[in-house]
Design a protein around this ligand. Structure first.
Ligand code: ATP
Ligand code: MG
Length: 603
């Protein structure tokens, strides 16, 4: 490609709305252009990067026997109603764009494709003889994200590779899951990324089978907890750890004590002279189920611990059938306005006890009339603890489960693991923290969708069984930007060679110089003949501008037809470390071919 023919515009200044380096650089270097919130045009340079990522994804997926297809992006609501996800995805904080067609039929714009693929499998897969199969597509997904940001990292329209596998049993699912794990490792390595596979939350369906692939970068939206021995790493949403031991309690008899103005744990501990681990903290949440019921949830947890809302959501989802529902729409800490909707009287916030009376909830058909009380394992073992007295400015001390408060029947693990905690496998170790960008997720779904949608097959024994499923996603456009977030310097992007839009840029300092142009054309033709992706900067611009641009757009190798031409040599500069080689004209392209090959192998 000749730069003089390209729509190529670089910006001197960072775009005002860009917060992280990769976003700034991709806009400045003319790879992407914003059209609206979370909406970006992939310009020609970016499209080449995306095509290269896609090619790598296709090669590694095909190698496992997966087959590429393309599914509709417009999805009938009936499918999502069958799976029970229509309400969750369209109401409240739902992320699906929903619309009506001219016949008033409801449709959603695909944020993901479990429903579509399960509907197809239901019609096409009859027998165990057709299993296992794994289908994938690379396609634009639509999600009405609450906070679109960071350019392609969290878009409302983005490119995803999603795969769905079908099996006759768990063992077959596990084997494909492992093949996907390996394929993902190959893909991310080949794209030149520094990544880590971590245990991930798999929602209320539980199971051990979910892993995310994180590109390590400070700008990552996810937090990872890991151990240095390499034996444990998990998304903080999912992470487990050993809590520290509670300090011995200094209380021995049950007493109500005045504790004015101590609505926080820190203040109350100071006032009572106790440690936060001697406290049972009672956190009030409001859960809205898709059946329409609002449920007030009281979580009792040790005072020095925090609630992990992802774990709590999973526990509450398991209880959905108690409230004629299948899912929860939202989980929030109710603010004053929300409280007014259901509170019969003003709540003793900051002083709530585990036994707070259900009379605080006004009679209302859409609100469950009793608190749903859960206790975290950390609070179960406490004795002689301090907690709220259900009266503002008062706490009780020396309390015990069984005597003073009944222990909630639902004992759960909803505790947030934190950096510095002891890992479960090594009580002498310590959890470290890192930030990551989630570029992929592999997931053992089991029969969640097949059961809900009636997708069954006949097994070897002639019995009708629900299909066992797995799903596997890669954020293709997010991955491309994540590569930049990991690889840039003050002058611009440093693309890993395997996904660079061009591998070589030939810079002609003076296009008016006949010899320079002629040699440049010769190298250009040689590169093309050798299968090297080459860009020729034949613009009538100052040399300085061309050098700056070539660094900004991050092409791995730059060939300059400059001063050394007099000695029959060309200057070859490596973008990553700016190292310079002067090579005889005839050896330039063979040398480049070798270097490019080595780069791709190394990653
Ligand atoms: P996140 O936790 O970041 O919101 P997710 O769990 O919703 O992601 P999945 O449904 O597992 O994501 O989608 C598969 C992959 O698609 C993710 O691993 C991620 O790389 C990518 N992805 C998800 N949402 C977006 C988005 N809004 N913009 C760009 N890529 C995305
Ligand atoms: Mg995910």
């Amino acid at each position: 490609m000749r730069l003089s023919q390209m729509l190529f515009v670089t910006l001197r200044d960072d775009p005002a709305d860009a917060e992280i380096p990769s976003h700034k650089l991709l806009v400045r270097a003319g790879f992407i252009r914003r059209l609206g919130s979370g909406l970006y045009a992939y310009l020609p340079l970016m499209w080449r990067v995306l095509e290269k990522v896609k090619r790598i994804v296709q090669e590694e997926m095909n190698r496992t026997g997966a087959q590429e297809c393309l599914l509709p992006q417009l999805q009938p609501s009936e499918l999502w109603k069958m799976s029970g996800r229509w309400d969750t995805y369209t109401e409240s904080e739902g992320i699906m764009f929903a619309l009506r067609d001219r016949l008033e039929r409801e449709l959603g714009l695909g944020p993901t494709h479990e429903e579509v693929i399960t509907a197809i499998a239901k019609e096409m897969i009859r027998s165990y003889r057709q299993l296992p199969v794994n289908l994938y597509q690379i396609q634009t997904k639509f999600r009405d994200e609450i906070r679109p940001r960071f350019g392609l990292m969290r878009g409302r329209e983005f490119i995803m590779k999603d795969a769905y596998s079908f099996h006759c049993d768990e063992a077959s699912l596990k084997s494909t899951y492992e093949a996907m794990d390996q394929a993902y490792r190959n893909i991310f390595s080949r794209c030149g990324l520094d990544f880590r596979a971590v245990d991930a939350d798999s929602g209320a369906i539980g199971g051990s089978g979910s892993q995310e692939f994180m590109v390590l970068a400070d700008a990552g939206e996810d937090e990872i907890l890991y151990t240095e021995d390499g034996l444990y790493s998990a998304n903080i949403e999912k992470a487990v750890s050993l809590p520290t031991d509670a300090k011995p309690s200094r209380f021995s008899t049950y007493k109500k004590e005045p504790t004015p103005d101590t609505a926080t744990i820190a203040k109350m501990c100071q006032c009572l002279g106790c440690d936060a681990s001697n406290v049972v903290k009672n956190v009030l949440y409001q859960a809205v189920y898709n059946g329409g019921k609002t449920v007030l949830v009281l979580v009792s947890i040790r005072g020095d611990q925090e609630v992990n809302e992802v774990k709590l959501t999973n526990e509450l989802t398991k209880l959905a059938s108690h409230y004629e529902s299948t899912n929860i729409l939202s989980l929030t800490v109710p603010d004053e306005k929300e409280q007014q909707k259901w509170a019969a009287k003003s709540l003793p916030l900051g002083y709530i006890s585990p036994g707070i009376s259900d009379d605080y909830i006004a009679k209302n058909a859409s609100v469950a009339d009793k608190f749903l009380r859960l206790v975290d394992q950390t609070a179960v073992d406490l004795t002689n603890f301090a907690t709220g007295a259900d009266e503002v400015d008062y706490h009780v001390t020396g309390a015990n489960w069984g005597n003073d408060f009944s222990l909630p029947k639902l004992v759960v693990d909803v505790r947030k693991a934190l950096v510095g905690d002891r890992p479960v496998h090594d009580p002498n170790g310590e959890l470290k923290t890192a930030r990551g960008i989630e570029v992929g997720h592999i997931f053992q779904l089991g029969t969640k969708y097949s059961q809900a949608m009636g997708a069954t097959f006949t097994n070897e024994q002639g019995e009708e069984k629900p299909l066992v499923m797995g799903c596997y996603g890669i954020g293709v456009s997010r991955l491309a930007q994540a590569a930049v977030e990991q690889s840039y310097d003050k002058d611009g992007i440093i693309w890993p060679t395997a996904i660079a839009p061009y591998e070589v840029v030939i810079v002609v300092p003076n296009v008016g110089d006949g010899e320079q142009m002629q040699v440049a054309e010769q190298i250009y033709a040689e590169c093309q003949a050798a299968g090297v992706d080459v860009l020729l900067d034949d613009r009538n611009e100052r040399a300085g501008v061309k050098f700056k641009d070539s660094e900004l757009i991050g092409i791995p190798y730059r060939v300059v037809t400059g001063k050394s031409l007099k000695q029959g040599q060309l200057e070859v500069v490596k973008r990553a470390d700016k190292s310079v080689q002067n090579l005889a004209i005839a050896t330039v392209v063979p040398t480049l071919v070798t270097s490019i090959k080595a780069d791709k192998k190394a990653s």
